[in-house]
Design a protein around this ligand. Structure first.
Ligand code: SDX
Length: 393
């Protein structure tokens, strides 16, 4: 049918890649990080320990974890001159636009950790990104709400530091609610890595040319922002708020099924999972737990989410297409209860996923047989033909 493969004997496709970091069985709804199931890590571990696991392949000893956490803690501050980058944005800039720009700007600052052939510099770049991403995300938020930046502290844990940098103000003392800190840390863990998703593939492809690691992570942030990917958590909560009450659910179910309507149920469906996303199950439990612990009863958004899930899973359109809630379906409900605006949902996803991008970057860059990426194409255009002068057209 005129379809021609671009074939070159020396061609080595990078459409598929080998990795030892994360395994997904979409049919079973299984997600393992270095062999450990996500629900066990979410319940028993914490984000920086999961970062260590993803980066180095094994759970750390107590001494290894203490050293790792200390290295991350001591890199949470940004170079003071980088504050100028925030101030170049319009006040109403989306925090994802700010994060994309500021992380890209790190490539112009941290020159001593951009030589990808130096293992030590790769290590420093990794720690710097994991350490500084919460500071950048929090400052992006503070900038867009016109509040002063709050600097990180070395005497509190990673999740508490992020909450404090987002919600503290100089005018009064701020005590992190341990319930929120635990829920925040669990959200970080649930988003840490997810095999070759679009943004991770973007980081791998950008990095395969040997580009600056900070610029490559900025490319991943840009890709994650899309509503079909990480931007779905913001889109999902806004959809739940638009639905508003359970009696309007049938209207939105009908729209999602209508071929002529571009509307899709945000937080539903997945490229790989054709069963429940295991992260969604943990997130749903966490939403119940956090709202209960915060004394938030009868949260209308959670009510609509649960009724919407039940209605969709009772509808053959969704079950036959194997469309189930994904990681983004319940996360926004927890983040809203924590006090975050919807515009901060995807920056929190980006912050969490940084370790996944970096772990996969290190795995690829550290492979001496690595080749530049060049995904395959199926050419369906015109076959060979001669130029036609304009007077003959
Ligand atoms: C993330 O890849 C990853 O790992 C990503 C991620 C990660 O951790 O990195 O898990 C994070 O991105 C989760 C997904 C977040 N996105 C959303 O929730 C947005 C809403 N969902 C979709 O737009 C959609 O489900 C995708 C983009 C996630 C997947 O799209 P696909 O690949 O087209 O889905 P599919 O091939 O399985 O679709 C099969 C059918 C299609 O209809 P037909 O052409 O067969 O008639 O189901 C339809 C789709 O149109 N469909 C939906 C739907 N999702 C798919 N119909 C209504 N609502 C939906 N949400």
């Amino acid at each position: 049918q005129g379809k021609v493969f671009t074939y070159d004997p020396g061609f080595t496709s990078t459409a598929a890649c080998e990795s030892t970091i994360t395994f997904i069985d979409g049919g079973k709804g299984e997600l393992l990080h270095r062999g450990y199931p996500i629900d066990q890590l979410a319940e028993k571990s914490h984000y920086l320990e999961v970062c260590y696991l993803l980066l180095y392949g094994e759970l750390p000893s107590a001494a290894q974890l203490e050293d790792f956490e200390s290295r991350v803690t001591n890199h949470t501050m940004l170079h003071e001159q980088m504050m100028n980058f925030f101030r170049g944005f319009r006040r109403d800039a989306h925090p994802m636009a700010v994060m994309t720009g500021v992380v890209g700007a790190m490539s112009a600052f941290y020159h001593d950790s951009t030589d990808i052939h130096d293992p030590w510099q790769r290590e420093v770049a990794s720690i710097r990104l994991i350490a500084k991403m919460p500071t950048i995300a929090a400052m992006a938020y503070k900038y867009t709400i016109g509040q002063p930046f709050v600097y990180p502290r070395n005497d509190i844990d990673y999740a508490s530091n992020f909450l404090r940098m987002c919600f503290a103000v100089p005018a009064e003392d701020y005590q992190v609610n341990p319930i929120l800190a635990r829920a925040m840390d669990r959200i970080f863990t649930l988003h840490a890595d997810h095999e070759q998703n679009a943004s991770t593939s973007t980081v791998r492809l950008a990095s395969s040319s040997g580009a600056n690691p900070f610029a490559c992570i900025a490319a991943g942030i840009a890709c994650l922002w899309g509503p079909a990917h990480g931007g779905a958590n913001q889109a999902c909560l806004e959809m739940l708020q638009e639905i508003g009450t359970v009696d309007r659910i049938p209207e939105f179910i009908a729209r999602a099924k209508d071929k002529d309507d571009p509307f899709r149920l945000m937080g539903f469906g997945h490229r790989v999972y054709k069963n429940f996303d295991p992260r969604a199950k943990v997130m749903k439990q966490s939403a119940d737990e956090v709202l209960d612990l915060l004394g938030i009863e009868n949260n209308p958004t959670l009510q609509v989410a649960k009724e919407l899930e039940a209605a969709a899973l009772a509808d053959p359109y969704f079950t036959e297409k194997k469309l189930f809630p994904n990681v983004d379906f319940y996360s926004g409900i927890i983040l809203e209860a924590m006090g975050f605006p919807t515009s901060m949902f995807t920056p929190i996803f980006a912050l969490s996923r940084t370790v996944g991008w970096i772990s996969q970057w290190k795995e690829m860059i550290g492979d001496p047989t690595m080749k530049i990426g060049r995904p395959r194409q199926l050419y369906t255009g015109e076959t060979l033909r001669d130029y036609v002068d304009i007077e003959d057209r």
